[in-house]
Design a protein around this ligand. Sequence first.
Ligand code: FAD
Length: 380
Amino acid sequence: MTAAQLLRRDGRHPVLIERAADDSHPGYMLALMPMVDQALEELGVREQYRENSVPLSRYAAHSHTGHMRREDSMSSIFDQYGDYRGIGRGELIEVLTTDDCAVTFDSAVTTLMDTASGVVATLAVGDQTHELEFDLVVVADGIHSATRAVVLGARPVEIVDTEWGGWVVWAPEDAESDLGEELWGAGFFLGTYPVKGSIGVFLGGPSADTRGGAAPFIDRVRRSLKESSPRIESALRAVADDPDPYYWPLTDCRSPRWAFLRTALLGDAAAGFLPTAGIGAGMAMESAWVLTRMLRGAAPAAIPAVLAAYEQAQRPRVESAQSNSRALAGAIFRRSRILAVLRDLAIRMVSVTFALKPIQNLLANSPNPEPAVAEAERGR
Ligand SMILES: Cc1cc2nc3c(=O)[nH]c(=O)nc-3n(C[C@H](O)[C@H](O)[C@H](O)COP(=O)(O)OP(=O)(O)OC[C@H]3O[C@@H](n4cnc5c(N)ncnc54)[C@H](O)[C@@H]3O)c2cc1C
């Protein structure tokens, strides 16, 4: 949606194909890092974004038994680069579509065929099929992308499966709307992330343990806690009370290639993240900005070169952020009580700044699409 809106602002006419029947999905919480600011600024919706989100200025880490170990300032890490804010996915979509946004719901791409001048896409829209030719196709249909297979063929996608998963629900807001909290347990994880008017909750553990359902899992978590807090209680209650909580299996994906002549992968379809660094949407929106900035002014004949330059510029950045999420997952998603105790000690000594160092490096070296833009303009 970010890419489509940026392309529209550049005078292009993208067709946005969406599998969902409508936009009624209740969504989930997103903590967005400053790499999204550039795209929001160019879309002219930065103020709407601020109005519909909350600043995430503090982060608290709890020990595996529930004791609050430390609280760190996120403002001191991120303020120098821009905003770090919590927003619901639905609210983000509203912000992105402030200027309206045509979406073709209930539709999917079933085949893509390169021609001399473009790509012919077969679109299944409801129970009808259409063939349309485009200058460019951007595949951005998420971590379980079906369209990716249409371009990748037999080439495998690299997947890390943590064999953990958990429930994502909403809890009522509390007075600390700027505080994200995490509890890294021995065999469970509880995260609470405020957005405007609510708190997003994730409660997870090894898939084998969550298979029995939320209620017995919550009982086990309660037995592990020596200390609790109103926030922890409210989060556990929200999972327990939800009749049909969304279950999120914690896997990621990394496509071996992003650019295929006039078709490019973007966002989770290119590299889908484990949630540990909370950066998947941030990198997806950054890549959307880089791609569309490179496409600005490019003639149709230059598109294959632009897409190759986009992959070259953005894939290493995104994959390094993804590797950081994978490394954090290795530390967090553990059953062992001994490891949990050692981790608690480490948390006491090391601030979240350390864990986020690779992300700070990315923010300090923001992407520069200009050389590729100049190249594309020379090729016009
Ligand atoms: C519970 C949860 C919490 C998260 N928290 C954070 C966070 O705090 N910070 C952060 O940066 N990231 C977070 N993420 C990751 C973030 O949501 C993703 O990285 C981001 O949404 C990727 O955007 P995308 O547009 O590539 O894919 P998606 O947001 O998944 O969008 C893909 C779209 O394509 C549609 N679609 C799927 N298949 C097809 C098809 N075949 N044809 C047409 N349309 C299709 C889907 O309906 C969907 O609308 C979180 C993810 C989850 C699930």
